[in-house]
Design a protein around this ligand. Structure first.
Ligand code: ARG
Length: 404
């Protein structure tokens, strides 16, 4: 049994009870680590709660900058959307949190890390596989998966042990949020036919009245400025969440395939992430050579699957990252987005490295395309199909019979 455990602490009911439960049941000391990945919150209160639950130490780690630069940046450059929709919000924060847990575990000579995930979700997979990758020698403790307490049991337990709570007995939603977006599960949304109640939306409440345009500048695939204001990515994403979210853009309602084999109805809000991926992908359309662009599109979903499935720290993701980074050499330029109630669309793009050639594309007098080249090109392009059609298709048989 481990003697010292570093717990991924959120300040919520489960992880607060987990602190006390591990001390009592496993006879360990618990170091609580709360990671600020942009979810907001009263960190002093979080620390106090961890201490009140019995933690020997409570640490708050501000990893927002690292999270934006080293995690949101790569998935944005990869245009990674799980099942073509979900921008990996929760999946993305787990590896950065684990990195921090392992750092603290090493610093304190701890023997194990712990998380508050249940046995039905993806997050246990991400926490544990990432821990195996970074620190194969550390034990992993998952109290919520083994203690068999209901929500009411946990509240009773907390009350018995004097752990201050913000949770009420009828909690309806399970929420996980960070800079890249917000996931809302459970409650009436467990019926996939039921519309999410209006109250679940927080980042995407309609506040803006008038339509507006914004320009996003990218350098080698990384967003660097909004309307000419240069800023680091964590600030840029924060600002875009405000601007784009105010137009009620960035909601998702989907049934997704969890790693553990369950289909799950999920709602998300990710205004900045979805607007940035749209803009970035658009900029690629003028800056990536055709075959590079096609190959990249083919790899993007694989990238998203790896992240979703907890394989952030893996040789394949490293290799895909190398491909993506190489592809971004000329993805520098600007994209114009137009915002209007519930909508965000691209209305323009430009780049000094653009492969868009007006002379080739235009139908007016400036046309520089050699039309004569097309006749032979198209004939050869279709030659294989023509041969097939003449010898192996119904058209051939009918034509052959008519002839014969
Ligand atoms: N289904 C999403 C995912 O697997 C969201 C998980 C949200 N986590 C939570 N504890 N509510 O990435």
């Amino acid at each position: 049994m481990p003697k010292s455990v570093v717990l991924a602490y959120s300040g919520g009911l489960d992880t607060s009870v987990a602190v006390r439960w591990m001390i009592d049941e496993l006879d360990v000391e618990v170091i609580a680590v709360a990671c600020d990945v942009g979810q907001g919150g009263d960190w002093d209160a979080v620390k106090e709660r961890a201490k009140a639950a019995g933690a020997v130490e409570a640490i708050v780690a501000d990893v927002r900058e690292e999270f934006a630069r080293d995690y949101c940046g790569p998935v944005l450059r990869a245009n990674a959307l799980y099942e073509n929709q979900y921008p990996l919000v929760s999946a993305l924060s787990r590896p950065v949190i684990v990195k921090e847990l392992v750092r603290v575990a090493r610093e304190h000579g701890a023997d194990a890390v712990a998380h508050g995930c249940t046995g039905k979700g993806n997050d246990q997979v991400r926490f544990e596989v990432a821990t195996r990758a970074l620190a194969p020698d550390l034990d992993i403790v998952a109290p919520v998966r083994v203690w068999g307490m209901t929500r009411d049991d946990s509240i009773d337990y907390a009350e018995r042990h004097g752990i201050p709570l913000t949770a009420s007995r009828e909690k309806i939603y399970s929420i996980d949020d960070n800079l890249w977006g917000r996931a809302i599960e459970c409650g009436e949304m467990e019926d996939p036919w039921a519309e999410p109640p209006d109250g679940v939306w927080e980042m995407t409440r309609l506040k803006a009245e008038d339509p507006r345009e914004i320009t996003i500048a990218f350098e080698r695939g990384t967003p660097v400025a909004v309307d000419g204001d240069a800023m680091p990515m964590h600030q840029l994403v924060g600002q875009l969440n405000e601007i784009v979210g105010a137009y009620a853009y960035g909601r998702l309602d989907m049934v997704e395939n969890r790693r553990v084999g369950i289909k799950s109805r999920e709602t998300y809000e990710a205004p900045a992430a979805l607007a940035l991926i749209m803009a970035h992908r658009d900029l690629e359309s003028i800056t990536l050579e055709r075959d590079l662009q096609r190959q990249k599109i083919a790899l993007e979903h694989r990238y998203a699957e790896l992240v979703y499935d907890g394989l952030w720290f893996s040789p394949l993701r490293n290799a895909l990252d190398a491909f993506v980074d190489s592809s971004q050499e000329f993805v520098t330029g600007e994209v114009r987005l137009r915002l209007d109630k519930g909508r965000c669309i691209v209305v323009g793009r430009r780049s000094d490295h653009s492969l868009y050639d007006y002379g080739l594309a235009t139908y007016d007098a400036a046309d520089s395309f050699n039309h004569d080249d097309s006749e032979g090109f198209v004939r050869l392009w279709g030659l294989g199909i023509q041969t097939w059609a003449a010898r192996q298709t119904q058209a051939h048989r009918e034509h052959g019979q008519a002839e014969g």
